[in-house]
Design a protein around this ligand. Structure first.
Ligand code: UD1
Length: 417
């Protein structure tokens, strides 16, 4: 298994381009299942999760062609097997995003239940409840969701909690349903808007994406389209945190500050000078960061996917901060690894109290999930001496060419087996 070796201490300085968003690319690739034609995507990040999604679509019989520079064309007219098997779903929960499109376009789906994962139980009951409200017959048997519907019918759906992929699954299913679907308590995440924009380019009739009430008027068919995937706001935020923690100065291009207001605000509170330009963000870190408390919540509040990276910042900032996780019940696994690097963190249920220390010391740590891995990379970049991060396959799921990008910014990072 690959590991990452980091010799810490160097400030990140320079310019780096941000990749397309993983969490937009995955639902958009599934949207291709709805399409009666070819969907040509650009700015698709080269990530393990994207490769897994392409393999998943491939085993369904979908034609997928990887072009140059992040282009991918998929054509679902060749689909023969509307199944998402356990072996694939267990490595990537986002496979559940195939459920709504398969059902809407092909009348049936057999998708493995994802089960829990390192950060919590993560059920998919809201996806199922919404599709049932649209008239689908759904049974759960032998760990699989078996769904059938001649044609889905528009419905008014109120989700019990804000769910990102739940909203996306229902919105996709509704595009080909008979009549109007209203999704109340919808997720407002920018990736939901990007998916809605792509579906609209395919001929869907959607309004309200980006608000908590999405209205979809079903159409008979969706046609092929071309669509560029939005920039990755979590990758953007991660590099901003890495520069902040190492007292660096960076310019991120091919991104948009408007996607991460809550994160930018917190970095300013920590003492960073941030300039938001069209398509770019510049950050200059202070000599010593001030600690900042954060509370995760659905967009536009502070994202859970940036919680671990801010914990790394708070580890070396001046003062004490409280980090409160409200989305996932078990998302502090990075804390014990950060403590191995010399951090002062106390966990009490879903609160972490982080007291800044002057510096961290390199050690061997283990990545436990995608964003936890990013926090360990940030801590390793700050720490004195060498940090070895084991199990970095998590990082490869969500960060494109991470060691290449960090090296460009002056970090001393290398991958080893
Ligand atoms: C998505 C993101 C993930 C991010 C998360 C929260 C993708 C591919 N992944 O995950 O990176 O961390 O949003 O911003 O976009 N829940 C239920 N029942 C359901 C659905 C969700 O109880 O049917 C709960 C979850 O367990 C969790 C909360 O709702 O506690 C929010 O989860 P959700 O927004 O669905 O997360 P994902 O869409 O899986």
């Amino acid at each position: 298994m690959d590991k990452l070796l980091i010799a810490g201490g160097a400030p990140l300085v320079g310019e780096v381009a941000i990749s397309g968003a993983k969490n937009a690319a995955l639902p958009i690739l599934c949207a291709g299942l709805l399409c009666d034609g070819a969907l040509a995507l650009s700015n698709v990040p080269r990530l393990n999760d994207v490769a897994t999604m392409l393999r998943l679509l491939g085993q369904m019989g979908v034609t997928a062609a990887n072009g140059d520079g992040g282009t991918v064309t998929i054509d679902a007219r060749t689909l023969t097997n509307p199944v998402a098997p356990y072996e694939m779903v267990k490595t990537m929960r986002a496979s559940i995003l195939a459920l709504g499109p398969l059902l809407a376009r092909h009348g049936e789906a057999r998708v493995s239940l994802p089960g829990g994962c390192a950060i919590g139980a993560r059920p998919v009951d809201q996806h199922i409840k919404g599709l049932q409200a649209m008239g689908a017959e759904i049974r759960v048997e032998n760990g699989y969701v078996l769904a059938q519907a001649r044609r889905l019918k528009g419905a008014r759906i109120v989700t019990d909690m804000v769910t990102v992929t739940g909203t996306e699954n229902l919105m996709m299913a509704a595009t080909l349903a008979d009549g109007e679907t209203v999704i109340e308590n919808a997720a407002r995440e920018p990736e939901v808007v990007d998916l809605a924009d792509c579906l609209s380019a395919m001929g869907a009739r959607i309004s309200g994406a980006g608000s908590d009430r999405i209205v979809v008027r079903g159409v008979e068919r969706l046609h092929g389209a071309e669509y560029p995937v939005m920039p990755d706001r979590v990758e953007t935020g991660t590099y901003l945190c890495a520069a902040a923690a190492t007292r660096g100065e960076i310019l991120l291009t091919q991104t948009s500050a408007a996607l991460l207001d809550a994160v930018v605000e917190k970095l300013r509170e920590a003492g960073c000078a941030i300039e938001c330009r069209p398509g770019a963000i510049a950050l200059k870190a202070p000599k010593r960061l001030k600690s900042v408390s954060v509370r995760t919540a659905p967009y536009p509040a502070f994202p859970t996917d940036m919680q671990a990276q801010f914990m790394a910042i708070d580890c070396v900032a001046e003062g004490a901060a409280v980090i409160r996780e409200t989305i996932f019940e078990n998302r502090f696994m990075h804390a014990v690894e950060l403590i191995r690097l010399g951090a002062d963190i106390r966990i009490d249920a879903n609160n972490a109290v982080v007291t800044g220390v002057p510096t961290l010391d390199g050690a061997t740590v283990m990545a436990t999930d995608l964003r936890a891995s990013a926090s360990l990379v940030i801590a390793g970049l700050v720490a004195q001496g060498e940090t070895v991060i084991e199990r970095i396959y998590h990082l490869d799921r969500g960060y494109e060419r991470i060691e290449e990008k960090l090296t460009r910014l002056g970090a001393n990072v290398r991958r080893a087996r």
